[in-house]
Design a protein around this ligand. Sequence first.
Ligand SMILES: [Zn+2]
Ligand SMILES: [Zn+2]
Length: 248
Amino acid sequence: MASEKPVNLKKHKKRRPSDSSGRVCIIHNSNLSNYGDVKPLTEIGWKKICDIKCIRLQSDNPKIKLSNICEQISEAPNDFCHGYHRPCYQTFTSLRQTEKRKANEQEEHSPRKKRTLNSQGTTLLLPSDQCLFCKKKNKYVKRKQDYLVKCVTETAKMSILNAAQQKSDSRVLGIAETACLIAREAHYHESCRCDYTRNVAHTTLPTSTCNIETQSKMEEAHSQAFHYICDYVQKHIIDNAKVLLKTD
Ligand SMILES: [Zn+2]
Ligand SMILES: [Zn+2]
């Protein structure tokens, strides 16, 4: 069958080395040696790579910025074909403490931080009292208030971006284009994000689950179990005045 012809990954060896697992190193640094296997991406590893990428890209020093490596980092990594070499990961993520501190200080003390429009092109924060999707502050789901949450995880960010791309939602894509949703501190209702990202094929890491959905299912199961016990107690213990052994 023609469709099952093995893909010749060796062709890409020069640019993005891969190994027998078929994974390519997304942070490959060709100045190193003893690469070893391409390790699969973990969620923690991926988050660290993104954090370091954010810090590196803020730097004016090309040696710190490593833009050629940052550029090859995929926005939506694929579990099956992306990974990293340990030495590449170590080199990429070992930023001198001073650089990290500098990046943090810039973020914390920037006087322009709270502005929504900024001619200097630094990170523009999104309003913290407005949902990215419904643009409202207060929302109630099943009579419970759904509070606004800040976009802090890569998983959440990627699920939104992925959905926005598939929906060709220029508004959300435009917002995410200026700076990443995490850096811009996007806020949203978890239920709105679930609605927004529902029915969208996942090309991101397979960890994006809708917590609110899982949670309400769990609650439902709990309440069913509780009712079952209540019924049982009512029928067998109270009605029949039966003495129940602990092991029953
Ligand atoms: Zn590598
Ligand atoms: Zn909302």
